[in-house]
Each structure stands twice: as C-alpha cells, then as structure tokens.
Design a protein around this ligand. Structure first.
Ligand code: GDD
Ligand code: MG
Length: 355
C-alpha cells in the first residue's frame, strides 16, 4: 500500500544561471555524479515502494524533462500542473488521484531537490513512518536538528507524548513555517525545536480529511475529480481545477493548523539545496577550501574558498581569488562574492527585465 509523491514543480532561482525557470535545479546534476537530484530522489523511493507506485507532480512545462530523466514512469505517473500554485494544490491533486487507485494507500510526499547522504537511515525512517501512518490517523513529518536560525524552513516544537504504536514519533505542539529571524533564533536557542525536512508521511485518508477540514475549498475542487482521475478526462478537469485554486503551501495551509501532526526526529545527512553555500558545504574541497564541480580543467593559483561550477570542458584560470562563486551555464557567467549570494535572486530579476 506504499506510494511516493515527488514534488518537482519549483523554480530554484537562487542557483541561476545553472538553474533556470526553463530548467530548474531538481533536473540538474550539481555534483557531477551522473545523476540529477530528481533521479537520485526516484532511486531512493524504488527501495520503498514498487515502481508503479511512484508519482511525480510537476508543471506542464517540465513534463518533457521528467519523461527524459525518468523514462520508466508511464504517462499516468506524471501529474502535470497547468499553473504554479505552490505545494498544497499539488499534494491535494496527488492524494486524490492516488486514493482513487487505492483507498488504503499510505503516501510519502517528498521534494525532488534535496540531498541525503545516509540512504539506509533515510529508508528506515520512511518505512517506520509509513507503518505508523497506516495504523494511526496522523500527519507525520521528519524533523532535523537545526544548525542555524535559517528563516527558509519550518520549525517544529515537539512534546514528550508520542504515538501509542511508536514511541519515537512525537506529537507536535507548534509548527511555525518560515519564522522571522528573531523567532528563528529563539527557536534554535531553546533546543526543543526541529526543522521540518519537508518530507511528509500519511495515509491518503488522513491527508484528504485534513484538506476537508483546513482547506475545504481546495478539498472540494479536487474532490469533484473523483471518477475522472486516471482517465482521459483528467487533464481537462485539472486545467479547470487549478484556475480555482489559491496559491498556498502545505506548511501554511495544513501543517500549521492541524492538531494531529507528529514528528519523527531523524538524522540521515539531510540537506535542502537552497543556495550555492549548501552545495559548497557538501562538495569536496581541496586543502585551501576550493570546491570545483564538475570541471576537470580549472587551474587555481593562490586562490582559496572558491566555489567553481562550470561545464566539464571549460578551461578556467583563477589567480588570487578568495571566497568567490564562479559559475557558468547557458552561455552566462556569474562571478559573485560568496557572502553576497543572497543577492542572486535580485540579480536574476534585473537580468530578466533587461534581456
Ligand atoms: N509540483 C509542484 N508544484 N511542486 C512544487 C511547487 C508547485 O507549485 N512549488 C514547489 N514545489 C516543489 C519544489 O520543487 C520542492 O521540491 C518542494 O516542492 C518544496 O518546495 P520549496 O519551494 O522548495 O519549499 P521550501 O524549501 O521553501 O519549504 C519547504 O521545505 C523546507 C525544507 O526544505 C517547507 O516544507 C519547509 O517547512 C521546510 O522546512
Ligand atoms: Mg526547498
């Protein structure tokens, strides 16, 4: 009864020019390992459920990339969204469709753009949660010990009480999505908060019930598709359904409001590849702190702590350069101090308005 729903509709603008609206980060092989982020995600789930139970939700402009990168998926396993409406509609659509196939489904919902270094620990945590989700009416998320007051994450405060069937899965007291910096600092200091990994485990019944309670309009929209999912009429139905959907994430729409949220604290080398800094942190460094991927022709003289990401065959020479990001892709070269990488989002906006 285990299913996976991979969310792959995000844009990833902080990785520009490597990640672009036409070709976002989940479809990129950031580490030069021969596999893109979504391919690694898919492979992880092959160990958890049969291949026919893995579904990918993406924007219709990316379905051709999904088909190319995951050729084993059949048409019905790729859910195409006509417009971007954030993660709540994407999950509601996926859950209704899966429930039509199997009303007793348990589902793991996962982002397509994370890295996980300890695969065995990841699989164990997911299997443990799937079992708990099949036995209880609960919404489970995986919690990661926070290492900094990052405002891009959801924060979870958990309690001492846990599921009767699994004492490691704790009841959540407060779920706060993307707090401001002061709040994030106090959460990290207090020591009893975890980051929401953005990986959710629940039964189709529990999540559909949560939608009917907390986002009833959205529930109605996708509920009307019953009988049309997995048929030739699905695409037309979805085209109209999305026009009526509000733009909201699952975190704001459901997780902050529901009172049956539980967390399994987990440690499997998780990283949300949000910025070049996170790639730099995971990548291999030389002895002066330069991380070079995937090029084989980068020459560096008296240069340190640089993050270089250029095409494999590109010859690049750095002299006396320290703490810089040097990335080239799609005939665009970006050179930016590592400390200024948050401004890349703004740079992209400026570039788009000019070219
Ligand atoms: N299909 C689809 N449609 N996928 C989407 C959409 C959409 O409209 N929007 C985002 N996604 C995908 C992204 O590609 C990504 O894989 C995943 O959904 C999560 O979206 P993000 O936009 O990356 O969310 P976030 O990182 O800001 O926040 C979430 O993840 C954090 C951990 O990485 C939240 O769940 C936070 O609470 C969490 O801490
Ligand atoms: Mg993210």
């Amino acid at each position: 009864n285990n299913y996976a729903l991979i969310m792959a509709g995000g844009v990833g603008s902080r990785f520009w020019p490597v990640s672009r609206t036409e070709y976002p980060k989940q479809f990129i092989d950031f580490f030069g390992v021969g596999k893109t982020l979504i391919q690694s995600t898919y492979e992880r789930f092959l160990k958890i459920c049969p291949p026919e139970n893995i579904f990918v939700v993406t924007n219709e402009i990316y379905t051709h990339i999904v088909k190319e990168q995951l050729p084993d998926l059949n048409e019905n396993q790729i859910l195409a969204e006509p417009i971007m409406r954030n993660t709540a509609p994407c999950i509601s659509y996926g859950s209704m469709k899966i429930a039509q196939i199997n009303p007793n489904a348990t589902i793991v919902v996962a982002p397509s753009d994370h890295t996980i270094t300890n695969q065995d620990a990841f699989i164990a945590a997911i299997e443990q949660s799937l079992k708990a989700a099949s036995e209880n009416n609960c919404l489970i998320t995986l919690g990661i010990k926070p290492s900094r007051p990052d405002t891009g994450y959801g924060y979870i405060q958990y309690t001492g009480s846990s599921l009767k069937t699994d004492e490691q899965i704790h009841k959540v007291k407060i779920f706060t999505e993307k707090p401001n910096l002061d709040l994030a600092k106090s959460f990290v200091q207090s020591g009893d908060f975890l980051w929401n990994a953005g990986i959710f485990i629940w039964s189709a019944k529990s999540i559909n019930e949560a939608f009917s309670k907390h986002l009833p309009d959205m529930y109605e929209i996708f509920h009307q598709g019953n009988g049309l999912y997995n048929t030739n009429n699905e695409i037309e139905f979805i085209g109209n359904a999305y026009l009526q959907c509000t733009n909201i994430s699952i975190d704001f729409g459901i997780m902050e409001k529901a009172d049956n949220v539980y967390v399994l604290p987990a440690d499997f080398g998780w990283s949300d590849l949000g910025t070049w800094a996170s790639i730099y942190d995971i990548a291999e460094h030389d002895y002066v702190g330069n991380a070079v991927i995937p090029s084989e022709k980068v020459m560096m003289f008296n240069s340190s702590n640089c993050m270089v990401n250029v095409p494999k065959d590109k010859l690049v020479i750095l002299q006396d350069l320290h703490d810089y990001i040097v990335v080239e892709s799609n005939n665009t070269l970006l050179i930016c101090p590592r400390s200024e990488e948050q401004s890349i989002k703004q740079i992209v906006a400026d570039v788009k308005s000019k070219f």
